[in-house]
Design a protein around this ligand. Structure first.
Ligand SMILES: [Zn+2]
Length: 297
């Protein structure tokens, strides 16, 4: 079959999320893992300077540099220069991008297992996430509602994209369980692209799945100078995706005082005590869980 699909697997978009970096290096040594009947995927290690420094980024989060506005203006820092270069090589970003699929590999310090992040405007990606969930039933799906132009993620420069987020693992650290789950989710995603190309993805119609949608991030407790003065409550630590109701313990001050959840409704939580959030003093994300039905293509 002709090599009709251009597929890109990315690691190191965040330089201290080393699972994706080491998995991409394994794939580069073993290209058969990247090969299906209808394509051979390419690989990219996205932020080499941040990887060398074992930091998420040097000047600006690279995964916030791919909005249409930033890609169409003069770059202001190293990461924006990188974003322009990546967009030149694999884009240009848009519905006609020459790259059909981008799968970007990330990790989280939160106890989230395997989470797949897709965009509602990209039904093929939502199908991909459902396919992976059929193979790995514990997988959680985030369907974000962001236009292509406003989407700041690297993977948004492909026609279709999915971000694979696996945890818990500290920044800069490898764990086999997280590494292996990432590799498996990626392999299923590549299988899906190949099966879809041959019209054999075997998804039901109509399709249905539970999905989580981002509402907002909440700040950790801060003092009058804005310094962090509390942390995630022990009853909530490691309990990603659980439902949190008004009045439930959410934070605890450094003096041990419980701080209840002050919110008008019950919601679900994710990225609980995510280390990458501390630069903005955020403690967790609030999510809305819904059951979504959609027609197949
Ligand atoms: Zn990341």
């Amino acid at each position: 079959m002709a090599d009709s699909q251009r597929v890109l697997v990315v690691g190191g978009t965040h330089g201290n999320e080393v699972t994706g970096v080491h998995l991409v290096r394994r794939l580069q040594r073993n290209p058969q893992e990247l090969t299906r009947d209808s394509f051979t995927a390419q690989t990219l290690l996205a932020n080499l300077p941040a990887m060398a420094a074992n930091r998420r980024y040097l000047e600006q989060d690279l995964n916030r540099c791919f909005t249409a506005a930033l890609l169409n203006s003069e770059p202001q820092n190293g990461e924006q220069v990188l974003a322009h270069e990546i967009n030149e090589k694999y884009g240009p970003k848009g519905a006609d991008s020459p790259t059909d699929w981008i799968i970007d590999l990330h990790t989280t310090t939160a106890n989230m297992g395997v989470t797949l992040v897709v965009q509602q405007h990209d039904p093929q990606a939502v199908d991909m996430a459902l396919y992976v969930q059929q193979k790995m039933p514990d997988v959680v799906i985030f369907d974000e509602n962001c236009t292509r132009d406003e989407d700041p993620f690297l993977c948004s420069i492909g026609q279709h994209s999915m971000l694979i987020e696996v945890g818990p693992v500290p920044q800069g650290l490898l764990r086999w369980d997280v590494f292996e789950q990432t590799a498996r989710a990626l392999a299923h995603a590549l299988d899906f692209i190949d099966l879809r190309a041959r019209g054999e993805d075997s998804l039901p119609s109509p399709r249905q799945a539970d999905m989580y949608q981002f509402i907002e991030k909440l700040h950790l407790p801060r003092d009058e100078h804005g310094a962090i003065c509390g942390m995630i409550h022990p009853e909530l630590q490691d309990r990603d995706y659980r439902e949190l109701s008004p009045g439930d313990p959410i934070f605890i001050s450094v003096d041990g005082e419980t701080i209840p959840f002050d919110y008008p409704e019950s919601v679900h939580v994710a990225f609980v005590n995510e280390a990458a959030y501390y630069d903005q003093a955020h403690g967790l994300s609030l999510m809305r869980k819904r059951t979504v039905s959609w027609e197949g293509e």
